[in-house]
Ligand binder design. Sequence first.
Ligand code: GRG
Length: 300
Amino acid sequence: MTPKLTSFSELKDYYTPIINSELKSNIIHVNDQRQVIIDAVLHSINAGGKRVRPLLSIATSLLLSIPVTSILPFACAIEMIHTYSLIHDDLPAMDDDDFRRGQPTCHVKFGEDIAILAGDLLHVLAFEILATPNAEFTAERQLSSIFHVSKAIGNDGMLGGQVLDLKHSDGVSNFDTLKSIHHKKTGALIELSVIGPALLVETAPILLKGLSDLGKHLGLLFQITDDILDETGTKEEIGKSPGKDKEQNKLTYTTLFGLEKARKMAEDEAKKATEILHIFNSEYTPLFSTLIEYLLKRSS
Ligand code: GRG
């Protein structure tokens, strides 16, 4: 029986091993030369990510009384897509990072060719998992979920945000551009992690709207904190090389507004997210408040 979880840290401690085992069960070893791609995928998947996105999906499931076991495949697919985006983001042709999640990046350890393919495999695996019939959900809702995932990671979502991020130095550095990059690059997948479970079951429109707004605020909160940590965190804390944003002339909350204002803006996003929680009449609402607190105060 699942213990009563009252805070995000309890949720994280309880569910992280369960997420890890769900991920492991979906990455199948092979007995020939293709095993190298499995090793590369496992290197990045097991490198020590915080599992924020699957934990968000689990938190939403608790909030809406959806059985967590039914949501694990969705949560696992989102973590695979996220890990894939990190592998590709670290490549020399993109952000060119040697260190991620406290480990050498995938291309440093396995070479660029294998790292590209490891990302591709995670992408494909994620959709295979999302398309696998799940007895808890109708085929129509699963199809709709696949549609929403595609939208969240395509040109109007994560991929488009990455393009805008890479190319911004050719363009204008203002708040609208910054928000657009952050909403797409990071926010879209975070919002999807929050709203995704609700799309797989029948959910009242008012709650769907609430989850979408909540997800948007959490996405911005997450990325502002990421920007702050890039400036203030150590390599050990953030598991990657700090100071890269300034070095690469990135448009971020701290490069545009400075540290103090960025911190205030993160607090504003946390406050707006907290204000939405009252619409959920659930014993897990306080847990969600601690989740928001964690995203605001995290140091890794
Ligand atoms: C998805 C189709 C498709 C393409 C990918 C490369 C790319 C296009 C997008 C990159 C997007 C990217 C790297 C966004 C940054 C998001 C972010 C803040 C990552 C850090 O997340 P954490 O702190 O990392 O949750 P851990 O390692 O803890 O999981």
